[in-house]
Design a protein around this ligand. Structure first.
Ligand SMILES: O=C(O)CCC(=O)C(=O)O
Length: 365
């Protein structure tokens, strides 16, 4: 692959859209090195620009055909005004196939509740000892000298406090075991069907007095527009590593909001993630849609002891206020996605966000 890219670089300027289109095709595996090798003259040092032009043309044609095949079911940030439309995907994918529901920790009642509300709160699923082990591991990760400088570590916009650490399941064996734990993975399969893979993992910290807000949003809106997640077939598990109470900025959810898709205004700027993970400005729902959703469904802020689990649909409207209390609030988030819903090119037309935010190469569980 590297050789292919190097050769192309000799002929096309790095920021040329044609080159970038081809590089993306190579990266996503749609253009193979062997297909270039089969082109006459490819191995010839006097390889001429006309041959390359032919490849460019053919490749772009194929690329356009493939893009057209994956239609955008949930357009957002297209420059149009905000709209609210009904979700086109099931919530309980496992019930679609007409086969027996996969066995797992969630009862049929709980699954019905998830279907209607878009979330489930299960108090004290993990023991004090288990949470203690995760907290110790987090402290160990926090002491790694390279962590703060790493792009996976997000710093609060108005202080030097750590806001989030991404990719914890790849950084640590303890968190790798957590994502495979049946209390999460089997429950996820009961909702989405299987096989699944881990799309993202992160820990959000809200230190006492300094932890800042996460404004209202649907994760799916961002994952669709900026990462190219085609359908609503992903789910988040938030495991409370400290008690969440009404004062330390617990996650707030809008019950039933997962059934509406709120298309947001504006257009995504390049490399938006550098700003948005600290404070989001695009992909933010408008006041009118939020008011409608909240007037209809209300707001809930599930609170409970460390070890409790909040499971929520990828399109559920949620957010949280800053932590004005002295009590820290830390939650780990694990996101599962179905293998049939793997990421394609981002629907905003920009290059994909980095793998630690939205992976394209994680194997199935
Ligand atoms: O940790 C929180 O309170 C909010 C998390 C969230 O919504 C996110 O990271 O997208």
């Amino acid at each position: 692959m590297k050789t292919v890219c190097t050769r192309l670089r000799l002929h096309l300027k790095h920021r040329n859209p044609v080159y970038r289109g081809i590089a993306a095709l190579i990266r996503t595996g749609r253009l193979q090195k062997r297909s270039l090798n089969s082109v006459p003259g490819w191995r010839n040092t006097a390889w001429n620009t006309a041959t390359l032009g032919f490849i460019v043309q053919r490749t772009l044609q194929r690329s356009l055909m493939m893009t057209a095949m994956i239609s955008d079911m949930y357009p957002s940030r297209t420059g149009e005004s905000a709209t609210m439309t009904v979700r086109q995907d099931p919530v309980l994918w496992s019930r679609q196939a007409g086969t027996a529901e996969p066995e797992g920790p969630l009862s049929a009642d709980k699954l019905d509740q998830f279907d209607q509300q878009g979330f489930l709160f299960l108090p004290a699923v993990f023991s004090t000892n288990e949470v203690h082990e995760l907290l110790l591991e987090l402290a160990r990760l926090g002491e790694q000298p390279d962590l703060r400088a790493s792009p996976e570590c997000i710093i609060e916009p108005r202080s030097q406090a750590v806001r989030s650490i991404f990719n914890v399941h790849r950084r640590s064996q303890v968190f790798a075991r957590l994502v495979a734990d049946a209390r999460l993975s089997a429950a996820a399969a009961q909702i989405l069907g299987s096989p699944l893979y881990v799309h993202q993992s992160r820990v959000n910290f809200k230190p006492g007095f300094h932890g800042e807000e996460f404004y209202w949003h649907s994760d799916f809106e961002t994952w669709h527009v900026e990462d190219g997640m085609p359908r609503m077939r992903a789910i988040s598990f938030s495991l409370l590593l400290t008690a969440n109470n009404q004062f330390n900025g617990p996650l707030m959810v809008v019950p039933g909001s997962h059934r509406q898709f709120v298309a947001c205004v504006g257009r995504t700027p390049a490399e938006h993630f550098r700003q948005s993970l600290r404070k989001q400005e695009y992909g933010v729902p408008d006041d009118e849609s939020l008011t409608t959703l909240i007037t209809t469904g209300g707001i809930e802020a599930p609170c409970g002891p460390a070890g409790s689990l909040l499971i929520f649909d990828c399109n559920l409207m949620h957010g949280s206020a800053g932590n004005l209390s002295p009590w820290p609030r830390s939650n780990v988030f694990i996101v599962f996605n179905h293998v049939d819903n793997r990421l394609v090119d981002p629907f905003c037309g920009l290059p994909p966000r980095p793998d630690y935010i939205a992976t394209r190469n994680e194997g199935a569980l």
